[in-house]
Design a protein. Sequence first.
Length: 419
Amino acid sequence: MKKRPPLPLRLHVPEPSGRPGHPTDFSYLHLSPAGAARRPPVNTPPVKTEDLAYSLVRVLDDEGRAVGPWAPKVEPADLIRGLRAMMKTRLFDARMLIAQRQKKISFYMQCLGEEAIACAHTQALQPGDMCFPTYRQQGLLLARDDVSMVDMMCQLMSNPRDPLKGRQLPVMYSIKRAGFFSIAGNLANQFIQAVGWAMASAIKGDTKIASAWIGDGATAEADFHTALTFAHVYRAPVILNVVNNQYAISTFQAIAGGEATTFAARGVGCGIASLRVDGNDFLAVLAASRWAAERARSNLGPALIEWVTYRAGAHSTSDDPSRYRPADDWTRFPLGDPIARLKQHLIALKAWSDAQHEAAQKELEAEVLAAQKEAESHGTLLDGHIPPLESMFQDVYQEMPAHLKRQLAQLEAEHGVRS
């Protein structure tokens, strides 16, 4: 019998399930009903979390009720604090987006639709813990009462009060006392840094843990896999957060490997306890973050959490998402708006009302506007107020070496700079 010639090979290139003009089919998300995912003991072996890497941990149902084993014990006051933090984060983003369009700042990246992840995660951390974030976790800072919005805005505006003295891009904050490690433009390196920091904490016999952050696209970087290996081998006390907001700069998450599997499954494959969680459910985020933090703090090793959410806005102010996805995608995203969902839950608890929400909105708007007014009083890019030239020589060495002293003297002579 004559053999048929082999069929030619074909390269598979993942495609998103929606394009401009064609509504997205979100069935690829494989959602689980609220309350359906089991909650394992904190000391469960990593291999026993495999099912949780493919299901979805959810607490809030469609009526705003907290259901299932993951429903956390939390006081309404803490939920209100979290709601206000999310509202403030969204207002902060909106004002800074306008400031960028007015050329007062050069660049901005908002976290619209993702506010619950950072704001709820903050409540699971303790003083001294260190976050190694990417550029969409401003909620980690805005959820805290001891972080100045004015300082954050001055850094965005690159004015003389910029605490980083013009040495960082806007949105790349660095606040050590707030447990917020310097953001870097190089993707995925913060995962390795977080694991190393956590290992050092364990070596010292300390009690502090690390929390690492990465986006779905950056999981394709080699640093991500190296970090997972070290975290597993040395049982580093670290939470490995993968924010799957469905899109990198303009490429769908399937290009990074999220088509036939989940990002949480990569953790299980590396011997790390892993969860896949509804990132737009404040209570689910809080419960999963507490579970992972307790695991790390109890010398039980790392945990990887894939937060399923949606980037409602553009990747940055340099991006136009309507070129590669439907413009109304966020309004149809099946996991909804994290602020609206927590508001609904608090109203169901009779701990909140529409009137209180409206009053909080106005109060927070006034707070953000007042901070912006103060920050702009120190200058913006639009009026040319920038950190003084001599600041580039400061805070580099404990004692300025001779060659920098000569350069500073030359700068002073040529431009009238004061040393």
